[in-house]
Design a binder for this molecule. Sequence first.
Ligand code: TYD
Ligand code: MG
Length: 464
Amino acid sequence: MAKTQKTYNCQSCGAISSKWSGKCEACHEWNTITEEIQQAAPKGLGTKKKGRQIELVSLSGSPSKTYPRHMSGINEFDRVMGGGFVPGSATLIGGDPGIGKSTLLLQVVCALAKKDKRCVYVSGEEAVDQVRMRAQRLGLADAPVELASATNVRDIVASVEGGEKPVSLLVIDSIQTMFIDALDSAPGTVTQVRTSAQEIIRTAKSKGISVMFVGHVTKDGQIAGPRVLEHMVDTVLHFEGDRSHQFRILRGVKNRFGPTDEIGVFEMAGHGLDEVDNPSALFLSQRHQDVAGSAVLAALEGTRPLLVEVQALVAPSSLAAPRRAVLGYDHNRLAMIAAVLETRCGISLSGHDIFLNIAGGIRIAEPAADVAVAAALISALSGEALPADSVFFGEIGLAGEIRQVPQPDIRLKEASKLGFEQAIMPMVKNRKAPPPKGIKLVEADHVNKIANLFSGSDVHQMQV
Ligand code: TYD
Ligand code: MG
């Protein structure tokens, strides 16, 4: 009989230790270590037995087989995948509970099944009837999807390997519920998750099945379980959004077959997720144009330009440490911009509470938002609305300088398409192509210029 040995594995980072402790020494997380039974390595491994020589081939050869990608027809999804599913590939999709992962995958699987591809949906979390009810709600009950509620990997693998028609897409919802009966650890533990995923991926690769795993996320938004899961798959997607808003963003984090940082935008409606083809128009649809403190940012998500509204509210504060409340933007960057405005432009925000919000529940992480944030703050403080036909973008440095950001022309084109007539942006040096027509460029190299352009008399204190 194979020897077994107890090990203590961190469920957060996958580190293995020989004794239990409350805190993982590797990642410093608390309460993440659980006991697992490790099977002894099979005979032969670790001995000095010589390996077989493998055939080394030249890089320049063409692939022996090219597989056509499977397109689901849901454009927002296909684009994030880099143009549809690659047969034999594995994808992991993570996201907060209740954000809509199961809904999205059910829609994708039904769309592909309707294109005459054999698709299997295995749920380890919901009963067959629950999935059916969801499909009815989505109006997809007639899609020829093969459905099962199962958690035993051996059974699942046996079921998808057989059959006359090969399976094109296999959805596993979720990988944390799957288990292999040969292992003694509980489902959801590092060993089970890793071995189950390995087993399913091996089958998928050998049979040309695209497999999609749903992965749970931890409190801080990481995909639960060992990082190794992210290494094992070809594509990692994050499904994010604010549950109190209807917008959902599918973001490519890793993709071996396409670009990363690509996003797909969806809207959660009563009948499932709707694609949003023109997110800029949607994000700006409820904008009040004549309100102070609102600036339109021309952001870039992957290759996709996105116009969003940055809203700022600045109110006199009686607190010794005034409030800085931020939604959808980095707290530290706001503090930095406020300090730059104060030191470099003489605009004092220190006695004021600042509230900053990116409208629509979207999160903007790129530094190109700095100029829009600064403009919104200046406008909020002066009480004068910014021109409604202007968009803003550019990074602000600590000296108050405005720095170049990637892809200005794509941002300008999107702004022009939505009827904006003026862009406040960094100076573009070494232009390779002329700027898009129909939009006036106001190139600024310092925040002072923005302060001078838009500030009312009470904030306008320093001349350039
Ligand atoms: P679900 O796909 O179950 O989330 P996850 O698998 O990520 O945990 O989504 C559940 C949420 O979506 C639930 O709170 C209700 C909402 N929802 C709708 O608003 N409309 C719909 O048509 C469906 C199916 C769900
Ligand atoms: Mg689910």
